[in-house]
Design a protein around this ligand. Structure first.
Ligand SMILES: Cc1cc2nc3c(=O)[nH]c(=O)nc-3n(C[C@H](O)[C@H](O)[C@H](O)COP(=O)(O)O)c2cc1C
Length: 187
C-alpha cells in the first residue's frame, strides 16, 4: 500500500495585532497531522515570538532570507517548492500591497513568488484599511492570480471599531485549507 504523504504547510505570519492567533492556528494544523513550516516577518515577530511558533510547530521558524539553509540550500526556495499550501494568517495590509506588486525582499515575499502551491490569505486589519481602494485593488489583483481568501470576518476589532477586517476564526481558515488540499496541488 502506498504510504500517505505528509501534508506540508508554509504558514506565514505578518505584523498584525491578530498575530497571536496564529499560535492557535499553527497548533490546530499540527493536530491535523500537517507539517507546519512557519515564516515570520520582522514586524510579525514584534507581536508573536518566533519561539512560540517554533515550540508549537516543533521546528525552527524562518525569519530571514539570509539564514543559512541546510547543506547550503536556499531555504526560501525549498519552502516554496515543497509546500502543499502556503497560508498567510494574519496577513497585513502592507503584506497584501507588497505581494500584489511582487516584492520579494523578505522570506515570505520570496516564498510567495517562488511557489506554485495554492496560496491562501487570511487578512486582518482595521476596517478602513480593509475597505480602502488601495487595499481592495491589491485584493483584486491577487484574486486574479488565483489567491484564495479566508475572511476577513466582521465584528469588533482590536481598535474598538466594528466592521470587516477581523482575522477569520481558526476553524474557518482550517476549512479553507482542507478544501484546497482536497483539490490538490496544480502540476
Ligand atoms: C499595535 C499595532 C497593531 C497593528 N495591527 C495591524 C493589523 O492588524 N493589520 C495591519 O495590516 N497592520 C497592522 N499594523 C501595522 C503593521 O504592523 C505594519 O504595516 C507593518 O509594517 C506590517 O509589516 P509586515 O507585513 O512585514 O509584517 C499594526 C501596527 C501596530 C503598531
Amino acid at each position: 500500500m502506498a504510504e500517505k504523504k505528509t501534508v506540508r504547510i508554509v504558514l506565514g505570519v505578518t505584523g498584525s495585532i491578530a498575530a497571536f492567533r496564529a499560535a492557535d492556528l499553527a497548533s490546530a494544523m499540527g493536530k491535523e497531522g500537517w507539517e507546519v513550516h512557519a515564516v515570520l516577518t520582522a514586524d510579525g515577530a514584534r507581536f508573536l515570538p518566533a519561539l512560540t511558533l517554533a515550540a508549537l510547530t516543533h521546528r525552527p521558524v524562518h525569519t530571514s532570507l539570509w539564514e543559512e539553509g541546510e547543506g547550503g540550500r536556499m531555504s526560501h526556495l525549498d519552502l516554496a517548492q515543497t509546500a502543499d499550501v502556503v497560508v498567510v494568517a494574519p496577513a497585513s495590509a502592507d503584506f497584501l500591497a507588497r505581494t500584489a506588486h511582487g516584492f520579494a525582499g523578505d522570506v515570505l515575499g520570496a516564498v510567495f513568488l517562488a511557489t506554485r502551491a495554492p496560496l491562501v490569505i487570511a487578512p486582518a486589519m482595521n476596517s478602513n484599511m480593509w475597505i480602502h481602494p488601495a487595499t481592495q485593488e491589491n485584493v483584486k489583483l491577487l484574486s486574479s492570480r488565483g489567491v484564495i481568501w479566508a475572511g476577513p470576518a466582521e465584528g469588533r476589532l482590536a481598535c474598538g471599531a466594528e466592521g470587516p477586517g477581523r482575522l477569520a476564526p481558526t476553524t474557518a481558515i482550517l476549512g479553507v485549507v482542507k478544501k484546497v488540499l482536497q483539490k490538490g496541488k496544480p502540476k
